[in-house]
Design a protein around this ligand. Structure first.
Ligand code: RTP
Ligand code: MG
Length: 157
């Protein structure tokens, strides 16, 4: 039965503000062509607090404040992508963080084609499964929370 139902995996993908400004449709087209299913999607301007929390792991890096400013300057498109091996495959499709490196080592990648520089690099992707689950809960958690509230209401009624 596992042969017919391979292990599906979820990852969080974000089209960052620079990607949204110029390359949204091309990036969405690549996602579809890559065979990913889109389980959830949400377009939103992140609040400063959300952006700070989202990239909390980088809070001591010299680029942290620039990164937070950049991430909340315009709408992001946040997506839950599902596919076999989704985490690794989406990272491969994105390419390396720095587009100069991406153009050398992964010229077909999204960052090679669409990133402006090492900061404004078009897309985000979770780096492992645990990270993916955490970030999906963080971004889309309200949906689950609302459903739980609904269940509680029903039990009380
Ligand atoms: P991401 O988390 O956004 O998918 O990117 P990544 O794993 O490839 O790179 P990471 O090291 O996690 O860095 C997060 C984001 O911070 C910005 N950055 N700026 N100015 C710089 O030197 C610098 N380095 C990183 C980029 O937007 C990077 O994607
Ligand atoms: Mg990262």
């Amino acid at each position: 039965i596992h042969f017919f139902f391979p292990q599906l995996e979820d990852t969080l993908a974000v089209i960052k503000p620079d990607g949204m400004e110029q390359h949204r449709e091309e990036i969405m087209e690549e996602i579809r062509a890559g065979g990913f299913s889109i389980l959830e999607q949400k377009e939103e301007v992140l609040s400063r607090e959300m952006a700070e929390e989202f990239y909390r792991e980088h809070r001591d890096k010299p680029f942290y404040h620039q990164l937070v400013d950049f991430m909340c300057r315009g709408p992001c498109l946040m997506l839950v992508l599902t596919k076999e091996n989704a985490v690794e495959e989406w990272r491969a499709m994105m390419g390396p963080t720095d587009p100069d490196e991406a153009r050398q080592t992964a010229p077909e990648s999204l960052r090679a084609r669409f990133a402006r520089d090492v900061l404004e690099n078009a897309v985000h992707g979770s780096s492992n499964r645990q990270h993916a689950q955490q970030k999906i809960d963080f971004i889309f958690g309200e949906i689950a929370a609302e459903n739980e509230d609904g269940d509680e209401d029903r039990e009380l009624a």
